[in-house]
Design a protein. Structure first.
Ligand code: PLP
Length: 463
């Protein structure tokens, strides 16, 4: 394939994309497939000789779309969204065309400088004070790992990097059980160990109990352990729990601990001033992660980490072997030193396109609608006999269950997802199997959201 053919097929792909998006409402949201169905349609070995693009494209159309769960479907209410606003898709196409590797300023000056400016645009958009800088990672998992490694090295006086962890004091991290499993993964792979991630109990408000945190830190110190950091939950994945951010960070600071706020989902909502009370005190954090690739509309992947001071993280992750030195340019930022991978994509472009094409006000309107419609759907479900709202809407996320018990709720969820008009997922809350509803797909309408109670009302009779 050459550039002329690329041009021709790109136009064909753009036409295909238009039809795909226009037809989404007619497709089942979740792929109605048995495991192995797609693999069985692919040849077991690669071709020795070139195949015509006509054949490749025809197979794509035949095999792939029906084998997908449609994340851009307006009735996708599962997990959290992975919104790709059309303007951000266009930016991704342009970044793909340039195909740069943005590891150093000099390997992609526009990407590096735009990343600095876009992180600052987002800082202003979510109402954080000047002084926070930051970077763009692939995922919140990576950002949280970067923060946990920084906690580790800061506590060890940067000895872990050189001497390794054996012989060092036993490190301790703190978080509530509402934080995402990426925190557990970070504790595991950072060599701190799952057993040293202390899960602080939560109160009736689902927030980490700050007094319990303080007691745990004191007890660990007294036992000769080394408290390193706290990960705070600002919009948990299960039910949307929020820690009391300001109060909890104050305790972390008083004990010299590094603080990282996981706002991977809810960070997008902070572009609306009326929601900022939920994370009040975030401005005192050392590190905050938020995924514009979830609710905001920047095509996956795009995870922003704000840093009050980048120095400890750069000291932890940055390495400058001779071949990566950029001679005589001390004023520039080489973002690979802020993140785990060396190679980096040009992710800032889609933020630039997104914020300009919709404006913050256009994005706010979408998020406000989602929150209002989620509440409306929850009220409609609450009025249904036999249905209980188990956790109240946190922004646009709530859970419900059937009064008849877990097996009935599980059966209802299976019927809903086999039906295909909407897609919901589950979680367990205080031992109970509950159905999770989140509203946030970029193009969903009120009618799409009100399909949720309509489908439940229709299918509940058969349980
Ligand atoms: C989605 C999510 C994550 C993980 O995000 P990735 O970018 O997929 O790694 C972490 N924390 C919370 C609260 C999330 O909602």
């Amino acid at each position: 394939m050459n550039q002329d053919e690329l041009n021709r097929w790109s136009k064909r792909a753009a036409d295909w994309a238009l039809a795909y998006h226009a037809g989404l409402r007619d497709r089942p949201v979740r792929a109605p497939l048995a495991p192995g169905a797609i693999a069985a349609r692919l040849p077991p070995a690669p071709p020795e000789t070139a195949e015509p693009m006509e054949a490749i494209f025809a197979d794509f159309e035949r095999i792939v779309p029906d084998g997908m769960t449609h994340w851009q479907h307006p009735r996708f209410f599962a997990y959290f969204p992975a919104n790709a606003a059309p303007a951000s898709m266009l930016a991704e196409q342009l970044a793909n065309a340039i195909a740069a590797q943005a590891m150093l300023w000099q390997t992609a000056p526009a990407a590096s400088e735009m990343e600095e400016v876009m992180v600052d645009w987002l800082r202003q958009a979510v109402g954080l004070p000047a002084g926070f800088t930051g970077t763009i990672h692939d995922s919140a998992t990576t950002a949280t790992l970067a923060a946990v490694l920084t906690m580790r090295e800061r506590a060890l006086g940067w000895l872990g990097l050189t001497a390794g962890l054996s012989g060092q004091p036993r490190l301790r991290l703190y978080a509530s059980a509402e934080t995402h499993s990426s925190v557990d993964k970070a504790a595991r792979v950072a060599g701190i160990g799952q057993e040293n991630l202390v899960k602080i109990p939560t109160g009736a408000d689902h927030a980490m109990d700050p007094a319990a945190l303080e007691a745990a830190v004191r007890a660990d110190r007294a036992a000769g352990l080394l408290p390193a950091g706290v990960v705070l939950c600002a919009g948990g994945t299960s039910i949307g729990a929020f820690d009391r951010i300001g109060e909890t960070i104050a305790i972390a600071r008083a004990h010299g601990l590094y603080s990282h706020v996981d706002a991977a989902w809810a960070g997008s909502a902070m572009i609306c001033p009326e929601f900022r009370a939920l994370w009040a005190g975030a401005e005192d954090a050392d590190s905050i992660v938020f995924n514009p690739h979830k609710w905001l509309g920047a095509q996956f992947d795009c995870s922003v980490q704000f840093l009050a001071d980048p120095a400890p993280q750069v000291r932890t992750l940055g390495l400058r072997p001779e071949y990566l030195k950029t001679q005589g340019r001390d004023e520039i930022v080489n973002f690979n030193e802020w993140t785990l991978p060396l190679g980096r994509r040009f992710r800032a472009l889609k933020l630039w396109f997104l914020m300009r094409a919709y404006g913050l006000e256009g994005l706010r309107t979408r998020l406000r609608n989602h929150v209002a419609w989620a509440r409306e759907a929850a009220e409609a479900l609450r009025r249904m006999p036999g249905v209980a709202i188990v956790t109240e809407p946190s922004l646009s996320l709530f859970t419900f269950a059937l009064a008849a018990g877990d097996p009935a709720t599980e059966a209802l969820l299976a019927r809903i997802n086999d039906d295909g008009r909407i897609y919901l997922t589950q979680t367990r809350h205080r031992g109970r199997f509950v159905i999770r509803v989140q509203v946030g797909q970029f193009d969903c309408t009120r009618a799409d959201v009100m399909t949720i109670p309509a489908v439940v009302a229709e299918l509940i009779g058969a349980i």
